[in-house]
Design a protein around this ligand. Structure first.
Ligand SMILES: O=P(O)(O)OC[C@H]1O[C@](O)(COP(=O)(O)O)[C@@H](O)[C@@H]1O
Ligand SMILES: [Mg+2]
Ligand SMILES: [Mg+2]
Length: 302
């Protein structure tokens, strides 16, 4: 099992530089919508295709599902891992050249699965540098994806030049934990669309924390992991289940934050406890320091 998970994480690492390189020139919207009714960029489709092809080539991967396709793709030859992917999280940031990420959730149950069936979750963040955060076995590690260092050392040693073999991840923090004293908050959705109970919670936390909201969940969650705080894409008046999707976004981010010592919630319970009903189901997402999420649940219950 653990070698199989490493194989999936290695493929994600090796594919990240190709996803990143594919962004240039793929900033236009396609005419098709994804299953959530959102317009896809050419970059979303390109990243999805690259990741699907490479993950399904791993013997242990039984199925692949993504935010960008209606149905689960089953591998021809079995396997025991089921991978759910958001190939480009925050892709509307591509037009304005801001951060985006790739999220993978590795389950040992067929999809849709509850978050408690996650064996690992990871994201790649395409920021000024490309890094990768991996949660497994209750721990979170941060890596830098370093394609150039490896390429240079390989060419010096005369090794071949398969571009996929050129990326490696290097640990930069082997125990990512949320800082005790939280600093930042970031909440999605239009402010007038926030329910009153959520809005009054925001009034409270904005007295204590600094706003950091960038329009890509993965970038905003990375701020919370680094500085402590809370990220939410809450239930809205117009969308009681919020915007983010349980299999591809809520579960893996909830898992990463919980492994880093924080809490996740759909408003009343851990995201990892939410009953899956369909592949593309949405869920309100609140993740961050324990005390901030506890207070949020109390505010929503009043
Ligand atoms: O534009 P809004 O409503 O603030 O939404 C931003 C949210 O939507 C998302 O972009 C949804 O993810 P996708 O880009 O993968 O569809 C999140 O990353 C982000 O938190
Ligand atoms: Mg997303
Ligand atoms: Mg996406």
């Amino acid at each position: 099992m653990s070698d199989a998970i490493t194989a999936v994480l290695d493929v994600v690492t090796e594919t990240a530089p190709d996803v990143r390189a594919g962004l240039t020139g793929r900033r236009e919207y396609e005419t098709d919508e994804n299953p959530s009714g959102e317009q896809m960029l050419a970059a979303d489709i390109h990243a999805d295709q690259l990741i699907e092809d490479r993950l399904l080539a791993i013997d242990a991967v039984a199925s692949y599902a993504s935010e960008e396709r209606d149905d689960i793709v089953e591998a021809d030859d079995g396997g025991h891992l089921h991978v759910a992917c958001d190939p480009l999280d925050g892709s509307s940031n591509l037009k304005s050249n801001n951060v985006m990420g790739t999220i993978v959730a590795i389950y040992d149950e067929p999809l849709p699965a509850a978050g408690k069936h996650l064996k690992a979750a990871a994201y790649v963040l395409y920021g000024p540098i490309t890094n990768m955060v991996v949660a497994r076995d209750g721990e979170v590690k941060e890596y830098v994806i370093d394609s150039e260092a490896r390429s240079a050392s390989k060419s010096a040693s005369g090794e071949g030049s398969d571009p996929r073999a050129d990326a490696e991840r290097r640990v930069v923090d082997d125990d990512v934990t949320l800082p005790d004293d939280p600093v930042v908050y970031g909440f999605g959705g239009r402010v007038p669309d926030w329910p009153d109970d959520f809005a009054s919670y925001v009034d409270d936390v904005e007295q204590e924390l600094k706003l950091r909201y960038g329009g890509a969940m993965i970038g905003d969650v990375s701020q919370v992991l680094e500085y402590g705080g809370i990220f939410a894409y809450p239930a809205l008046e117009s969308a009681p289940n919020g915007k983010l999707r349980l299999q591809f976004e809520g579960n893996p981010i909830g898992y990463i934050i919980e492994c880093a010592g924080g809490r996740s919630s759909d408003g009343t319970q851990s995201l990892l406890e939410v009953e899956p009903t369909e592949l593309h189901q949405r869920v309100p997402v609140h993740v961050g320091n324990e005390d901030l999420v506890d207070r949020l649940e109390t505010a929503l219950a009043e």
